[in-house]
Write a protein that binds this ligand. Structure first.
Ligand SMILES: [Zn+2]
Length: 315
């Protein structure tokens, strides 16, 4: 049996046919055109998927379920997308409309939950009964999987760990609160801290790297400057590391996942970042040795997490 996974992003919509082990038989994508109407986008999703299944030779009768991962708030029970951050429509009946194309169960969930499910079933959290995956990108996504099932709270909106406050009256977050973890531990937060600190150190390497225009600062700038021994950049990374670790300590204290997987663009800094994060985490978590400890690992599903996790919604 096979499962169809659909990863709806603001830039592209990726579709793949996946087996029960998480191997992708075939995958492809098309441009979202996120300014387009819901009717156009849902029609493209349906037609593109049906074409893919036909061309693959799998046969639509061998597709056990269809899953959709989307950045936003879905009503998983009724298959409705209530809100998506990067699409213009709200309250749209994804499941109902995709039934025109498929005669099998159709599921929908948040993209961060879907990524966590991919890691839990086929990725680095495979053998853990409780696992979490956090994605450090433009924002901070988080998903919690317990015994193979995504935990979404009664209204499917959990867990929004990126929006717990770690600095009261701190940076303004996209959600409207001040001091959310996401405002500090995301690429957006890191860029902001890099600019703030660079302004106070006119001689910093950061200015040279960004051609003396702080508008060019990106999430790698401070790491690059730190590697060159720059003092201001070292300060930036120290602060970023502390903020990242604070959020991780909070969520380990709350949930005690067996494995915590870290993914997203910032995780590519690897041990250069995470060794220091782990030092803080293991010295600050409430339950210390000899109690078994949560393991912090790198997510391994990468760009396929959306397709595979969405497909696994029907497992
Ligand atoms: Zn927030």
């Amino acid at each position: 049996m096979y499962y169809l996974g659909i990863d709806v992003g603001g830039m592209s919509i990726k579709v793949g046919i996946v087996d029960q082990n998480g191997s992708i038989l075939v995958k492809d994508k098309f441009h979202t055109g996120n300014e387009r109407s819901y009717q156009e986008i849902i029609r493209d999703i349906g037609e593109f998927s049906v074409n893919m299944i036909e061309k693959s030779g799998v046969g639509i009768e061998n597709i056990k379920s269809v899953g959709i991962g989307i950045p936003g708030t879905p009503d998983c029970k009724n298959g409705v997308l209530i809100y998506a951050n990067n699409l213009s429509f709200r309250n749209v009946p994804f499941r109902e409309d995709l039934k025109k194309y498929f005669n099998c169960p159709i599921y929908i969930d948040n993209d961060a939950n879907v990524a966590a499910l991919a890691e839990a079933v086929a990725g680095v959290c495979k053998d853990a009964s409780i696992s979490m995956t956090i994605t450090l990108g433009t924002g901070v996504g988080s998903g919690l999987v317990i015994d193979g099932k995504v935990y979404g709270g009664f209204n499917y909106a959990a867990p929004e760990i990126g929006h717990m406050v770690i600095v009261e009256d701190g940076y303004l977050c996209t959600c409207g609160r001040y001091g959310c973890w996401e405002a500090y531990a995301s690429a957006t937060g890191l860029i902001r801290m890099t600019k703030d600190i660079a302004q106070r150190f006119p001689g910093s390497e950061i200015h040279r790297i960004c051609n003396h225009d702080l508008g060019n600062v990106d999430a790698r700038t401070a790491f690059q400057a730190k590697r060159a021994g720059d003092f201001a950049a070292t300060l930036v990374i120290q602060r970023f590391t502390k903020h990242l670790a604070t959020g991780i300590v909070n969520l380990i204290n709350l949930f005690q996942p067996e494995i915590l997987a870290i993914g997203g663009g910032l995780s590519k800094e690897g041990d250069y970042l995470m060794d220091d994060v782990k030092k803080i985490v293991y010295s600050e978590i409430y339950s210390k040795d000899p109690v078994p400890q949560c393991r912090i690992e790198y997510a391994k599903m990468g760009n396929d997490a959306g397709i595979v996790g969405a497909a696994f919604l029907g497992l």
